[in-house]
Write a protein that binds this ligand. Structure first.
Ligand SMILES: C[S@@+](CC[C@H](N)C(=O)[O-])C[C@H]1O[C@@H](n2cnc3c(N)ncnc32)[C@H](O)[C@@H]1O
Length: 312
């Protein structure tokens, strides 16, 4: 038996066909509530449990927006972002790496193959992702050198001064709070160790009243739907100051937003198959967003690559 549910967007009527299967129905209701109910605020784990393994990438299970200067598709863009973080961290043989917010572990397997650190330990709060990621690492024969655990970036079950690199690919905006993560990163890094983060921040407000309103709306939508604590809503100069206050040196907080949002938007517009891989309700929201220019949709969002060194 088929159950039909209808959701309307501007000028479009979408039919979402659901098998009358309790799990699919529960998921569809979860998506409808998350996407369309402005009062619904899911926690981080709630968001990622809902998204499940439905990654829009074709090959892997990456959950990032990608770094696009030389990428041909979402898979290569996601890998390029992971490699940008590894290269900025100067990751290599002999390093003990701590990867926080590892999703399904794709970047850890990539780094191990391409940069060969001694060991990668991962921390992720979402148990459903931890189980899948651990299995993938096991299947890839890398379990001896990649140890993926359940744990939080803000309370790391890791010894003081025990790692050479702390990296976080597109996840620190979730941490409650990012400042607590900086404190923990400082604690677990050895002197001379480096922190590298690809992160989402609000843009400094600029332009006329309409531009500011659009910026505010764009940040609010992302922050409220993707579990970003209000305490993390500050711009680049504050980000830099918080790292400096913690004691880090050689701090760089560089915006790479032009290499992320606009090219991603253009790619999704030109490749509807990528959007097709999303859940029907998320697909509806994505198609709606793709009707607008990238400058409007992402107007309130900065995207930074931040790096800092714990003094030797
Ligand atoms: C947007 S995904 C990015 C995943 C992966 N880094 C990638 O690029 O595909 C954010 C990840 O951060 C994790 N996360 C969120 N809050 C966390 C916390 N406090 N500690 C550890 N992981 C966290 C989520 O479970 C999720 O895996």
């Amino acid at each position: 038996m088929n159950l039909q549910s209808y959701a309307t967007g501007p000028q479009i009527l979408v039919t979402v066909e659901l098998q009358a299967n309790p799990l699919r129905l529960k998921t569809a209701l979860g998506y409808l509530n998350w996407v369309f109910n402005p009062f619904q605020r899911l926690g981080v784990v709630g968001v990622y449990d809902l998204l499940s393994t439905r990654s829009p990438t074709e090959q892997g299970l990456y959950l990032n927006l990608g770094y696009w200067p030389r990428a041909q598709n979402l898979d290569t863009a996601s890998e390029a972002l992971a490699m940008l973080v590894a290269d900025t961290a100067d990751m290599g043989p002999g390093h003990q790496v701590l990867d926080v917010g590892y999703g399904f572990g794709d970047q850890d397997m990539l780094w191990m193959r391409r940069r060969g650190p001694e060991r990668i330990t991962g921390l992720n709060v979402t148990a459903s992702q931890v189980a899948v990621a651990r299995q993938r690492v096991e299947d890839a024969g890398l379990a001896e050198r990649i140890d993926l655990r359940q744990g939080s970036a803000t309370e790391m079950p890791i010894e003081d001064a025990s790692v050479d690199r702390v990296v976080a690919v597109e996840c620190a905006f979730h941490f409650d709070t990012r400042e607590a993560f900086f404190r923990e990163a400082w604690r677990v890094l050895r002197p001379g160790g480096r922190l590298v983060v690809a992160d989402i921040l609000p843009m400094p407000r600029a332009g006329g009243r309409w531009a500011r309103l659009t910026q505010r709306l764009s940040w609010w939508l992302v922050a409220s739907k993707f579990a970003i604590p209000p305490a993390n809503a500050y711009t680049r100069p504050t980000y830099h100051s918080l790292l400096a206050l913690r004691g880090f040196e050689d701090i760089r907080v560089v915006s790479i937003r032009d290499q992320v949002y606009a090219p991603l938007h253009a790619y999704l517009r030109a490749h509807s198959r990528t959007v097709e891989r999303l859940h029907p309700v998320a697909r509806l929201a994505a198609r709606f967003a793709l009707r607008f220019d990238a400058s409007g949709v992402y107007g309130g969002l900065d995207y930074v690559l931040a790096s800092a060194v714990k003094p030797a």
